[in-house]
Ligand binder design. Sequence first.
Ligand code: PAP
Length: 334
Amino acid sequence: MASPQSPSMSSTNESTGDQESNNRYNDLISTLPSQRWGPDGLDLHQYNGFWYPRITVEATMAVRDRFVARPTDVILVTFPKSGTTWLKALTFATVNRNRSLVLSMLSKMNPHECVPFMSKLYLDGRLSDNNSLPAPRLFAVHTPFFLLPESVLSSGCRIVYLCRDPKDNFVSLWHHFFVCAGVRGLAHFSFDEVFELFCSGVTMGGPIWEHALGYWRESLQRPERVMFMKYEEMKADTGGSLRRLSEFIGCPFLEEEEREGKVEEIVEMCSFERLSGLEVNKNGSIVFGRGEIKNKGFFRKGEVGDWKRHLSLEMAERLDRITEEKLRGSGLEF
Ligand code: PAP
């Protein structure tokens, strides 16, 4: 794609609330196609081919303008509801496995509080605070590859991408944004309507196929920079996936750690069963965007193939057909 739609990037101001920038972002957003989608306040806007709520478009532009990556940074990228929470927990535990105090955060905080979204740092006005964090700094985004901040692309930092079978991804999205009352109240859309929109690419962060393909192609061209993972493979062999992840981000498990069972320990620490049973994830909540989300909304079933309980055979076949057409020739399959 040609250079992304963006207001001119003259600003290097690192704090939020820069009125001039905000005006530029708002001017640009007001020109974008939009679509009524989720609960109130979650209308989507098509920014460079991808659909996001206003707040995410704004944050994406601001992060592109202001974020300065370091070569040692690790950026976790996911399509929404493809396993972000799990990937954050596993990476955070791996990087901090020898710092017991830091590691204990995973028992008291939701993984989203341990590894921040870049957009949240921007909205909190904390983008520049992170200069003091020890390497490797961990950040997360849902941003498509070509919209990552320029310094992420040029710094040589590592990018871990996780995706999921679109059928399960859709079911998870449906529950999170349209069923789970913890998001922002119920939306007035039927399951069939949301499915139709998903198939046409209109969903939080969609279209899912183009999102995955951007990182897939980059992982083939620059495997030392971009690691491509699938939720299904992580479920089938979490230990093996964790070993590959740890090597890729430059924190491989030593022989001694292997003998001590460190890998299995982290797998267990980050398992769905353990995380979803923690008090903070049963009853806590976090601030996301300009609202609050109940942590339990990030832990529903954590299964592969739950789509079978929600999609009709016709729906599943249709989604599979679209996936096959979109990914044909790329080598990527679900
Ligand atoms: P996000 O993009 O809003 O952060 P994300 O974490 O990607 O959400 O997706 C949540 C999904 O991951 C849920 O899937 P489900 O709806 O099909 O159940 C959630 O259950 C699952 N999940 C969360 N934590 C884990 C985990 N530790 N292991 C496996 N799956 C998990």
